[in-house]
Design a protein around this ligand. Structure first.
Ligand SMILES: [Zn+2]
Length: 857
């Protein structure tokens, strides 16, 4: 009998979490030592090749601080393909960032890699906590036909096919033992290597085995690593120093025809932890990230594309994307690092916010809509007030609904609004304050001007797509809010009142249906860590109670419902972590619910003053029905999942309990036969549906208060997930404000709800200035409302539009524009050309993503 022989491809690598249980600068100093060793090892032929973790940020971090002679050496090793770089910019969490962020991550990562050498064409996802459904389509869009991954995959084979919902597929290598394999750094590497081979060969379907030799922040040990490889080869296993690309080439040559096929998102924790509750750790970070993603792709890029396509600040924007993405690595956006790390993330967010606001104002100046200088030629000068202002609709669909924002006027007057076509609008004034307006022109002394700031809301019909529409303040009357005697909201759509437990009862007028217990808050205990929720044995659940009387303000168009809910909750958990301490504290939640006469959506601003530790605060929406499935959005997809998963609380050693929480980027659709709720949010990305008698309840996590990076005494996870460091700021004490919205289900399509959610996250916005006569009307409009847009931006002097189809049906659509389109070219995500469209129409395949280059004559 012949013995089966194997070739084990040993890929030397390091996994570089840029920040985690140490802050960024400390890790970076360590990086200089690790890279210096790699360079020396490669130059001395102790190593043959080295993979720099599939991300370009680590190389940039090094190049920023290394000595010039080291820069020369590392760049020449990259050119010789001894140091392997790309394709990502950072190793992002896939569920917590937008689909567009994942595309730019590859786009910028590959561009940088190709600048220094050649990008590795490997979909390298070694440590990410589960994978989004569309990842195969994203990789294929950049010409990558494979993935190497670990967490989230439940396969018993190491080679499989992974299919995205549009049918795109990549050959996927599952790492059954994970990427953390510093085998050759060990004293007894011969034995360790034999053990490793023994474990992985049962998964292999060919003679090719893979060893990812290295680990988190590790360098190859000093000494001749190649020599060790040569020494350990046996009759059964030949070890060769290799790269992922070489390994994949050998693997492809021997693959069996019938590889197992996996579809869509991969979140199984059968083989490895997926750490599901990072979806709700430090929700403030998720919220800040989504605000920045919205500013960047929702306003800044489309505004610059509309106004400044000839003078587009491409480099400024690329550097801004990099700043955003430095918050996207799995240990950063997941909130599972040291407090210091997350404070640095907030600083990045603050800096990015300043940049993006400046870029938006720069876009208006470039188009002559408002001037940064007194001596310029724009229609509005720096010290002028907002008697004339513009509304920017960045979407490829027209908009009907409320516009909300702040304008300031030098005079304190009654006024109405009129648009470019002479149409009058009577706004409601939500708030009004006298204050000073500050302006600092480029060419004049900075000054304050006295004025009145009005927070206005008014409803528009068919505000054109991708355009700026100018409004003027004219003599007339606005509406003001008047307090109603009954604390009840009564609109064309609903009658809503607040119960003594702080929940809402809603009567839907069109159906006569009543929903009870909506938007009800409760707190229960959590003795878990930054990765994982874990209730103590002696858990208690506290519901709210209404404090004082609710107040309703009404203007005829707008109703505002104000109320406060209090929860008397345990101050924390006992030292032994089995139950609550005796002491109670009060969590105070101030809610403002807004309804307008033109929209069925119920929008809430929720301000939480949290004084409790070791707890989880959730908001509940009883659905009025039992439901079979939910839908929520992840990167370029609306994913259907079974609604109720059985929850377990005690995990065996080295295992997690089954995953019961689900991810969402901006909406959740929880309904059965038109009964249920559509929920919208910014930053509240974890949800769960729980059964409760005759109906199910949608629960969304608002805050999770945990004081440890990792612990090894959790019920729900049988071991640590990182070092057991204290992270007091993970308790989320203090005040946090969240925006949420909901509406009773109405049997709409996934395309409709995705569009609605996109407008909720990125509403048309008021800017100062006068856009009349600037020809800034309707850059591009898509006539099919099921078709969604993700990006409108310029690159290398060309204009690009990215669309996606959330539905399972092919969608035909027409482009239209206020200008003359010369050509529309369909391109790949990497901008390589596919086809020139013959006319201004196309078809988007089910769940497809499509990219277009638009050229105007
Ligand atoms: Zn990692």
């Amino acid at each position: 009998m012949t013995v089966k022989t194997y070739t084990c491809y040993v890929v030397f690598q390091t996994h570089w979490d840029r920040e985690w249980y140490l802050p960024f600068e400390v890790y970076r100093h360590r990086l200089t030592q690790v890279i210096d060793r790699i360079v020396e090892g490669l130059e001395n032929n102790e190593l043959e090749q080295f993979v720099l973790d599939g991300q370009m940020a680590a190389l940039e971090d090094y190049l920023e601080v290394c000595e010039p002679y080291m820069e020369e050496r590392i760049l020449s090793l990259i050119k010789e393909k001894k140091i392997i770089i790309g394709p990502w910019y950072v190793l992002a969490d896939e569920f917590l960032v937008s689909g567009e962020s994942l595309i730019r991550n590859l786009e910028i990562g590959m561009k940088l890699a190709n600048k220094y050498g050649e990008s590795q064409m490997v979909g390298y996802l070694p440590d990410t906590f589960g994978h989004v459904s569309q990842m195969p389509q994203l990789l294929k869009g950049f010409g990558i036909d494979n993935a190497i991954a670990w967490r989230g995959i439940d396969s018993d084979k190491s080679e499989l096919i992974w299919k995205a919902p549009d049918g795109s597929q990549v050959l996927t290598v599952f790492l059954p033992e994970g990427y953390y394999q510093p085998v050759l750094n060990e004293e007894s590497y011969q034995t360790s290597m034999a053990n490793y081979v023994e474990k992985v060969k049962g998964f292999a379907q060919t003679s090719a085995l893979l060893l990812t030799n290295g680990g988190d922040h590790l360098m190859p040990k000093h000494g001749d690593m190649l020599g060790k490889i040569n020494e350990i080869s046996s009759e059964e296993v030949t070890f060769v120093s290799s790269t992922y690309e070489h390994y994949l080439t050998s693997l492809k040559a021997e693959l069996p025809e019938d590889l197992p096929v996996y579809y869509g998102e991969l979140r199984s924790n059968k083989h490895a932890y997926v750490l599901p509750n990072v979806l709700s750790t430090r929700t403030y970070l998720k919220q800040q990230n989504q605000m920045m993603e919205d500013e960047l792709t929702g306003y800044t890029e489309p505004l610059l594309t509309l106004t400044a396509s000839n003078n587009y600040p491409a480099r400024y924007l690329e550097e801004s994307w990099k700043l955003l993405m430095k918050n996207h690595p799995h240990d950063s956006i997941c909130g599972c690092s040291l407090d210091e790390v997350h404070r640095e993330m907030e600083t990045r967010t603050m800096k990015l916010g300043q940049r993006l606001e400046s870029l938006q104002m720069g876009a208006l100046a470039a188009a002559g809509i408002q001037d940064a200088a007194e001596s310029g030629h724009a229609t509005r000068k720096p010290f002028e007030d907002n008697t004339v202002f513009t509304v920017f609709n960045p979407h490829v669909h027209s908009y009907s609904g409320p516009i909300r924002g702040t304008i300031w006027l030098k005079e304190d007057i009654d006024f109405s609004l009129v648009d470019e076509h002479g149409q009058y609008y009577q706004p409601t004034i939500l708030s009004k304050r006298k204050d000073r307006h500050f302006a600092s022109p480029l060419d004049a002394f900075p000054e304050f001007t006295e004025g009145t700031f009005y927070e206005v809301i008014f409803s528009v019909e068919e505000l054109p797509a991708t355009s700026l529409t100018t409004f003027r303040v004219v003599e007339g009357e606005y509406k003001t809010l008047v307090e109603m005697e009954a604390g009840v909201v009564d609109t064309a759509f609903y009658r809503i009142n607040v119960e003594t437990d702080g929940s809402l009862t809603l009567e839907e007028k069109t159906t006569g249906r009543t929903y009870k217990g909506l938007q009800s808050f409760y707190s229960s205990l959590d003795v878990g860590d930054e990765y994982t929720y874990s209730p103590p044995k002696d858990d208690i659940r506290t519901f709210g109670r209404l404090k004082g009387n609710p107040k309703v303000d009404y203007s005829g168009d707008v109703s505002l419902l104000h109320y406060t809910v209090e929860l008397e909750v345990p101050a924390g958990c006992r030292e032994d972590r089995t139950g609550p301490v005796e002491e109670k504290v009060t969590t105070e939640i101030q809610v403002t619910v807004m309804l307008t006469s033109h929209s069925p959506r119920i929008e809430s601003k929720v301000k939480v003053l949290n004084r409790a530790q070791d707890q989880r605060l959730r908001v509940q929406f009883p659905l009025g029905a039992t439901i079979e499935q939910t839908y929520s959005d992840t990167a370029f997809d609306v994913v259907k999942r079974p609604a109720k998963k059985i929850e377990e609380f005690d995990a065996p050693k080295q295992k997690e309990v089954p995953v019961v929480v689900e991810p969402s980027l901006s909406f959740i659709r929880a309904e059965q036969n038109g009964v249920g709720i559509h929920f919208f949010h910014r930053g509240l990305q974890e949800y769960q549906v729980v059964p409760s008698g005759k109906e199910d309840i949608l629960e969304v996590t608002v805050l999770r208060s945990v004081g440890w990076l990792s612990r090894d005494d959790l019920r729900t996870r049988g071991g640590g997930a990182g070092p057991g460091m204290e992270t007091p700021e993970g308790q989320c004490l203090g005040t946090y404000t969240f925006d949420i919205a909901f509406e009773p289900a109405s049997g709409c399509t996934n395309g409709n709800i995705a569009k609605s959610a996109h407008f909720y996250r990125i509403p048309p916005r008021i800017y100062p200035g006068d856009a009349r006569g600037k020809n800034l009307v309707r850059l591009v409009e898509i006539d099919n409302k099921e078709v969604q847009w993700s990006a409108l931006y310029c690159s290398d002097g060309e204009m690009y539009l990215r669309l996606w189809n959330p539905t399972k049906k092919e969608q035909a659509f027409q482009f239209s524009t206020g200008q003359e389109i010369n050509t529309i070219t369909k391109v790949n995500m990497d901008k390589s050309e596919l086809i020139l469209l013959n006319d201004q129409s196309d078809r988007l395949s089910p769940k497809g993503i499509a990219n277009y280059r638009l050229q105007f004559s």
